[in-house]
Design a protein. Sequence first.
Length: 132
Amino acid sequence: MKNTILTLAIISLITISCGDKKKDEAPKAEEATTEQAAELTLADGEALFTSKTCTTCHQPDTKVIGPSIKDINAKYAEQNASIVAFLKGETSPIVDTDPAQVAIMKANLDSFVKDLTEAELKAIEKYMLSVK
C-alpha cells in the first residue's frame, strides 16, 4: 500500500513538473506568429495607449502636453509617415519638433513603449488612426 502511494506521488510530481516545463517553453510575446499578431484589435490598441499612459500627453482632439491624436494623424497622413516607425525610434518627430518637447517625448518613449512588440505598436497605431 505504501509503495502504491509512493508510486502515485512520484508519477504526480513528474506530471506536474513536465507541465510546468511546457508553460516555461511557451513562446514569448516577441516571438508571436503573424497569426497571433493579427489578433490584436483596435480595442487592444486603445487599451495599450491608455495603459502606457499616452493619454497623459495626447487627447483625441485637444493639445495637452503633446499634440492631439487628430493633429498627429493629420501630419502623418500629410507626410505619408509611419507612427510605428516613430514609436520604434526609427524616425524623427514630425508633429512637435520643439527640442524641449522632443526630449520629453524621447524619455517617455524609451520608458513606456520600448518593450512593446511590433504587433502591439501596430495596434496602438490602428487605434490612433481610428480617431477622427
